[in-house]
Design a protein around this ligand. Structure first.
Ligand SMILES: [Mg+2]
Length: 368
């Protein structure tokens, strides 16, 4: 099966309500939808979106230019042979192209992508609810609603509060609202210094914290290790897992007990599976999260998540609801705190062409 056409559409989706993180306020999600057509008449979908908190200088136009330069060389090549050669692509673009190709190959075989890559280990994945509200009361109400909807894990962004007291009041209000049975996960997105992280986590531990994602800066692995040694709470490395090499370093140093896998950051589902193997060999758990992608990126992350063994931490895939619009017809549904693989061939999503058109910034095409 040969590649016959490559189409890209840059889109911009609004967040339902602007999302406050330790690195700033998110109002929009920009991304690149990639469509790869084949001579067998199949079309695969992939998403290449820069992490909204990344400081990547390239931006959406940089990704597009790289794809536009690459696309003519893809025409006529076998869909099965990607990736070939020493091609170094921005990881989100590698992820987007790989997803679209896996989508056509899996459709061709009549299996979900997970089936193509060795088979899913589970057909549904526990996911966490992400609380957007900044106030203690608002967060408590949102968390209570999430618990009632069946979520077993609630995630709060931390590190943006004006004081530790304020942080503590918000986390304590959430614990009070949901009772002891539901997990609380915190994510500092690297906002704390090492001492600050140790103090904050010790102060919050009484609220019963499942784990804290990336308490300190991504490049401070020694700091991450010091935090992990100084607190009772499990520490997860997220932004520190930038590629297979950095994941290997985190594992070797024992800098974190859990790894967060973002296939968009790691450069594709296959690379993320490589990191999963490293983690498993070291006896560490891992879970998959999105970079607040559209439902195309989320669907790819779900395929990966289904290839992880049962019993790991909840995955951060319930992020589609944060966006005010989407570009697929029927996003993956969450029921009782779980997202299920529907067993459809390929990626398992269908584009909503009208919605995509409404949110298009610009587009391009190579092929007939
Ligand atoms: Mg995180």
């Amino acid at each position: 099966m040969n590649i016959a056409a490559v189409t890209w559409t840059a889109f911009k989706l609004p967040f339902r309500t602007p999302l406050r993180t330790a690195k700033g306020l998110l109002e929009y999600r920009e991304g690149l939808l990639i469509r790869i057509g084949t001579d067998a008449g199949l079309e695969g979908l992939g998403e290449a979106s820069l992490h909204p908190l990344s400081s990547c200088a390239d931006g959406l136009h940089g990704l597009t230019n790289t794809l536009a330069a690459l696309a003519p060389g893809l025409i006529g090549t076998k869909a099965e042979t990607w990736p070939q050669g020493p091609r170094v692509l921005p990881p989100p673009l590698a992820f987007g192209i790989e997803t679209a190709l896996l989508d056509v190959l899996a459709q061709h075989r009549g299996t979900p992508i997970a089936g193509l890559l060795g088979g899913p280990k589970r057909n549904a994945v526990e996911v966490n609810a992400l609380i957007a509200s900044e106030s203690a009361n608002g967060a408590a109400l949102e968390a209570k609603a999430a618990k009632e909807a069946g979520f077993g894990c609630i995630k709060l962004k931390v590190g943006a509060a004006s004081s530790l007291q304020e942080e503590k009041e918000r986390v304590a209000a959430v614990r009070e609202a949901i009772g002891p049975g539901v997990k609380i996960r915190l994510d500092a997105n690297g906002a704390w210094g090492v001492q600050q992280a140790i103090l904050a986590i010790r102060a919050l531990e009484g609220c019963g914290i499942e784990l804290v994602e990336q308490p300190v800066s991504a490049d401070d692995l020694e700091g991450l290790e010091r935090v992990q040694e100084s607190v009772q709470t499990v520490i997860a490395a997220d932004e520190a897992i930038a590629d297979v090499q950095s994941a290997a370093r985190v594992i070797e140093m024992g800098a974190a007990s859990v790894l967060v896998l973002k296939p968009m950051i790691l450069g594709g589902i296959k690379k993320a599976l490589d990191v999963t193997s490293l983690a498993q060999d070291a006896g560490l758990k891992a879970y998959v999260t999105t970079t607040l992608d559209s439902s195309v990126g989320i669907a790819a992350a779900l395929q990966l998540a289904c290839m992880l063994p049962e019993g790991g931490p909840a995955c951060g895939l319930a992020t589609g609801e944060l966006l005010g619009s989407d570009i697929v017809v029927r996003p993956s549904e969450i029921s009782a705190g779980k997202m299920a693989l529907l067993g459809l061939p390929g990626l398992g999503v269908k584009l909503d062409e009208h919605a995509l058109f409404r949110h298009t910034l610009f587009s391009g095409h190579v092929g007939p």
